[in-house]
Ligand binder design. Structure first.
Ligand code: NDP
Length: 242
């Protein structure tokens, strides 16, 4: 895995916890001398703490840029890209990981605000980021090479009750990823989806409104994935450096 990451600049959205945080830590561990990580999320303090954790674990070899960014706000996304420091501008990989579930996600009960936040984060946020980063790939000296890894979910293909809007957002992520892959087929930009099943993060409990007993009952008999499993999958599908 390390070879795929060497020398890369990787932007991870939703890096303040769960899969995003673990992906950042795992990437840093496996490529401790030559990686640049741009970590974004709304909780800036959490990102700064992760940057410190990376420094403690692997030293100064991995350069980390923590940036407060709400992916659902297209103006913030544009401003973020315009203001990237020059040594972090040459992004190789975008990991579109930011995502959430909100409120009582049952079709008859869903509230407008919750519907809005799920679509504007999981779908529109992912599209905002993709549109902002594509021009960076196209300008690259190596002929427009770049990887986009979208964190979808098995929920997009196998929807479950009381997850109606969340599952619909992840189906949208899958469709968008597949269509874009075909649109960019003649370029050196690769578009991929990693669609996990259950991963042990805060999200697994939030999904059940904090009801851990319910979460445990639904997942009985399943062995959840770890965030590190997802990091490994993301690293495996990337372009090799050489
Ligand atoms: P977490 O809740 O731990 O992480 C979600 C991340 O998304 C946080 O860092 C959060 O940061 C960020 N985020 C949420 N809204 C926004 C926003 N508007 N702008 C920027 N960042 C945002 O959950 P997971 O790690 O489990 O989830 C990560 C991804 O994996 C999601 O897309 C989720 O749908 C997907 N997934 C999760 C599975 C699971 O079982 N856990 C299974 C399949 C897919 P902050 O609050 O600081 O903004």
């Amino acid at each position: 895995m390390a070879k795929r990451l060497e020398g890369k600049t990787i932007l991870i959205t939703g890096a303040s916890s769960g899969i995003g945080r673990s992906t950042a830590m795992e990437f840093a561990r496996t490529s401790p001398k030559s990686l640049k990580l741009i970590l974004t999320a709304r909780r800036h303090d959490a990102l700064k703490a992760i940057a410190e954790d990376i420094k403690k674990e692997v030293g100064e070899g991995v350069k980390v840029l923590p940036v407060k960014l709400d992916v659902s706000k297209s103006n913030e996304v544009k401003e973020f890209v315009e203001n990237l420091p020059s040594d972090f501008k040459d992004i190789d990989v975008l990991v579109n990981n930011a995502g959430l579930v909100k409120g009582k996600d049952r079709a008859p009960d869903i509230k407008e605000d919750d519907l809005d936040i799920m679509f504007s984060t999981n779908v529109i946020g992912l599209i905002n980021m993709t549109q902002a980063i594509l021009p960076i790939f196209k300008k690259r000296a190596d002929g427009g090479k770049g990887d986009i890894i979208n964190i979808g979910s098995i929920a997009g293909r196998d929807p479950y009750p009381e997850g109606s809007v969340y599952c619909a957002t992840k189906a949208a992520v899958s469709s968008f990823t597949d269509a874009m892959r075909r649109e960019l087929i003649d370029t050196r930009i690769r578009v991929m989806e990693v669609a996990p099943g259950q991963v042990e993060t805060e999200f697994s409990i939030v999904r059940f409104y904090g009801d851990k007993a319910k979460a445990d009952a639904v997942y009985k008999g399943c062995e959840p994935l770890t965030p590190d499993d997802i990091a490994e999958a993301a690293a495996t599908v990337m372009h090799k450096k050489t």
